[in-house]
Ligand binder design. Structure first.
Ligand code: ATP
Length: 301
């Protein structure tokens, strides 16, 4: 029975992974699309952002007819601060991030930015204020410059280079055969994982959006790339409202607020110091596991 069950389980897992990859690709294409073609509510206004404070208020969500993935989830990501989402696999962290650009709408509750329900504004105005950096950076066919410009089509060459500098990418770009005009993607030069990540961070930086949604990479980079990517991320996060699915202990420790999720609910919330001291708490247990494994990665699970 076990033998018969295993492949089916693996297939089901693969199916979920493929669906998630599709959502990720949509995030990248659509979040950057300044004129999304989905219908807005009649009379929808443009979102105006002041502090870029994000509030989830009793948000309930289910994929189709599946059981709810988020259950009356409430938390606030304060303007200009970093809020880290941690918790076991399947807790609903990626789903939270997917709801902000409105790839899906909640079944109940509301998501507010500076007090405005995002269901009431145009999607294009909402997404203009968002940037997204995924775990697996996607490079399009085209030059390095095109790939960064994708973040904001009207960006000037100078703005692209500024973003690349901030993202720690300028020097390696200049070292490519044709500098910023070097083709990447399937028919272009092969870049390392760390270089691809820095390009995708430059793409987010050139948007200059007040809100950054970040799915931190789990895959290990070599120490040098790791430091370069971390510097780039620090630049991208500075002064922005960041919601990060955190995999590195350092991200969690430095976050202004940690939301510990479990089964679609907020299990605990606080800073690293306050949560680590809650005896028997989920975070304290996750944190101990991390310390025991002694690895620099993966605070999740
Ligand atoms: P992980 O750390 O493994 O990425 P997570 O905390 O980010 O997990 P989610 O990816 O939000 O959790 O998933 C929450 C639940 O929703 C899981 O049971 C998952 O299988 C399911 N799920 C996620 N995306 C979809 C989808 N597109 N269609 C159907 N179910 C989905």
């Amino acid at each position: 029975l076990l033998l018969a069950y295993e492949p089916a389980k693996r297939l089901a897992r693969l199916q979920v992974q493929m669906e998630r990859a599709a959502v990720n690709a949509r995030m990248i294409y659509e979040i950057l699309d300044t004129q999304p073609h989905q219908r807005d509510k009649t009379g929808a206004a443009a979102l105006s952002v002041t502090d870029a404070r994000i509030e989830f208020r009793d948000v309930t969500f289910a994929y189709g007819s599946n059981p709810p993935v988020l259950r009356k989830l409430s938390f606030t990501a304060e303007g200009g601060q970093t809020t880290a989402l941690v918790g076991p696999s399947g807790a609903g962290k990626s789903t939270v991030i997917t709801l902000v650009p409105r790839f899906y709408d909640p079944a109940g509750g509301e998501i507010l930015i500076d007090g405005t329900n995002i269901a009431d504004v145009t999607k294009s105005s909402l997404r203009q204020h968002l940037a997204y950096v995924s775990q697996q950076p996607y490079l399009f066919e085209g030059s390095i410059r095109d790939n960064i410009r994708y973040g904001r089509p009207e960006a000037t060459d100078a703005e692209i280079e500024d973003a690349a500098r901030l993202a720690n990418a300028h020097d390696f770009i200049l070292a490519q055969p044709q500098g910023y005009d070097t083709p990447v993607g399937e028919n272009g030069v092969t870049l390392s994982g760390g270089q691809r990540q820095r390009l995708s961070i430059a793409r987010a930086l050139v948007r200059n959006a007040p809100i950054l949604l970040l799915d931190e990479a789990t895959s290990a980079l070599d120490t040098e790339s790791e430091a370069a990517v971390q510097q780039a991320l620090d630049a991208a996060m500075a002064g922005r409202t960041v919601i990060v699915i955190a995999h590195r202990l350092s991200t969690v420790v430095n976050a202004d607020k940690i939301i510990v999720m479990q089964a679609g609910e907020v299990a605990e919330e606080g800073t690293h110091e306050s949560l680590a001291q809650q005896p028997g708490g989920l975070y304290a247990r996750l944190n101990n596991l991390q310390a025991a494994s002694n690895g620099p990665h993966n605070i999740q699970e």
